[in-house]
Design a protein around this ligand. Structure first.
Ligand SMILES: Nc1nc2c(ncn2[C@@H]2O[C@H](COP(=O)(O)OP(=O)(O)O)[C@@H](O)[C@H]2O)c(=O)[nH]1
Ligand SMILES: [Mg+2]
Length: 201
């Protein structure tokens, strides 16, 4: 069978699917971001924070957080009819790092969510993607009451390479979250183009 335009003139495009990771510290807004943009009911695996988990699930600075993502968040967004993104919110707690290797397989790139009140919580994620040369950007989730810092100070505090974008977002807002994903795709494309460029000489 020849693939081509259908009788109705609409082309039967097979969408390109891209896998994107959403990482960052505990309570930084990963589940919120995936939920805000997913067009399917996001699959999330949350459980009540228990007494037993309290020493490891540090909620200092995270108001009213009663659940924790134990496995991951999963969502989907169609950016264009031929471009579908699959989102994987990866748990920030150290006891889940073993999952990251599997999740990052074949990923286009990663969004590292950051909260300026607890910037150090995303060191681990930044370090992880840097080491594996996975393109990422840092998206500062602007919580009310948190001081606004220029992206340059966030960059310095996290000791980011000059090429790593730092953007501001509101994880609850669909358009804002979508903008972050588009920024990441553009960054990942520039990043892989730069890596492919032959070295002169
Ligand atoms: N005010 C405010 N609260 C947020 C924002 N993003 C997340 N939250 C809240 O912060 C808490 C932690 O968010 P969550 O998405 O569960 O964090 P996760 O651990 O990274 O998945 C939840 O109670 C959210 O409702 C935001 O942009 N602004
Ligand atoms: Mg979560």
């Amino acid at each position: 069978m020849v693939l081509g335009r259908s009788e109705h003139g609409d082309s039967p495009v097979e969408p390109v699917t891209l896998k994107i990771l959403v990482a960052g510290g505990f309570g930084v807004g990963k589940t919120t971001l995936v939920g805000a943009i997913s067009e399917i009911r996001p699959l999330r695996t949350e459980e009540q924070l228990t007494e037993a988990g309290r020493p490891v699930d540090d909620t200092t600075g995270v108001e009213a957080k009663r659940t924790t993502t134990v496995a991951m968040d999963f969502g989907r967004i169609t950016l264009r009819e031929d471009l579908v993104l699959y989102l994987f919110g990866t748990p920030g707690q150290e006891r889940f790092w073993f999952m990251w290797d599997e999740l990052s397989e074949g990923a286009l790139g990663a969004v590292v969510l950051a909260d300026t009140r607890r910037l150090e919580d995303c060191f681990a994620a930044v370090d992880y993607f840097e080491r594996r040369s996975i393109p990422f950007l840092v998206a500062v989730n602007c919580f009310e009451g948190a001081a606004r810092y220029p992206s340059e100070s966030v960059r310095q505090a996290l000791d980011l390479d000059p090429g790593v974008p730092v953007v501001l977002c509101d994880a609850r807002d669909r358009e804002s979250a979508k903008g972050v994903l588009i920024d990441l795709i553009q960054h990942a494309m520039r990043y892989s183009a730069a890596r492919r460029r032959p070295v002169a000489g």
